[in-house]
Write a protein that binds this ligand. Sequence first.
Ligand code: SF4
Length: 448
Amino acid sequence: MPLTGIEIFKLLPKTNCGECGVPTCLAFAMQLASGKAELSKCPHVSEESKEKLAEASAPPILPVTIGTGEGAVKIGGETVLFRHEKRFENPPGIAILIKDTMDDAEVNKRLEKCKSMQYERVGLNLHPELVAVKSESGDPAKFESVVSKVKQGSDCAIILMSENPDVLAAGLKSAADRKPLLYAATKDNLDKVTALAKESSCPVAVKASSLDELAELSGKLSEAGIKNIVLDSGARTTRKAFEDQVIIRNAALTKKFRPFGFPTITIPAEMTDDPMKEGMLASIFVSKYGGLIVLSDFYGESLFPLLVERMNIFTDPQRPLATKEGIYTIGAPKETSPVLITTNFSLTYFLISGYLETSRVPSWLLVKDTEGLSVLTAWAAGKFSADIIAPFVKKSGIEEKINHRKIIIPGYAAVESGGLEEELSGWEILIGPREGAHIPAYVKSWAP
Ligand code: SF4
């Protein structure tokens, strides 16, 4: 059971030094109890207390890391049922399935997809992270050979899929140093797979045929000292699989039911043969509440929207994606090129810069820090008004780069033009279009 604020307080140094960012140990204890602070913020807590407090400060869904180095994938660590309550912490890892019965050409094709299917959006690189190697042959040697190929051909984190402990052991011979996820421990192989997980220090997934059985098996793994556990309720119909995800998350968060306090693995690849339906199922599990999502193959038309959905859901709703304040060049602008200004909401920046690139008119784009707000919202919040824009323009250094004094402001901030003419003496304020899509036509008629 988690400790109360007072119980936590008793274990803290009680010096009220304030180094944790709050003025007293009691206030820090209360924050720790409500999951709003991390124990590591107090540098003075003793090792003995640390151990006791670990449970209190651990998130109700424990984090699990699969893989090593840059290819490591962290899942779980969740603390809320709904994103708007705080934020979701770790996006689900997306895996492509490779079976050991596939020929070399197919295996290579899939590994190549893992490398090449990467997408740039709002300054982020979106890509899948895992390869799930499944034993269909039941032959340990064959499995080991395919796992070895995957390990050499990809930096992705690896899931080893077999319910035969001998096959899993063969996979580990090739890839134990990459700390793959062992999938899966079941009621029939629990002892052997537990031994493999302990020996190799690899995370292990537990697969059951019902939620009751899942709780029982997960509890046994915990009792055996395994900390990195991933849950599979075994459901393979849309309704049951969805219900199980919700029940598991709910039980862990609202009932503090420890056997369900781990991330889950979902396998749309085993739920349908229809690629579009599979994409739809994956989309459900991105929202609720898959920790891992294994797909039978990657198709650009379903993978890209899935990655975008994941990015949107797993960004912090209290911290909009923002671009750095400064002067950005579109093409190779000259002294005579147009100057535009916008806010630093990432989507706004990438849309405007995209439209300017389409116009093929080299331009200067000034980006004002508005704490990640879009033009209209920033203007309404008083963060994109004449008295804020003008000092930024003067300090930005744009005046040294151009031989004219004209600036194009967004149509939605047109009301600031009068104030800007007063604040930016010598400048001509031009009102640009309201819609970004009209920017290319607007700048094509630019004359300094
Ligand atoms: S840093 Fe530790 S000792 Fe200092 S006030 Fe915070 S909890 Fe107390």
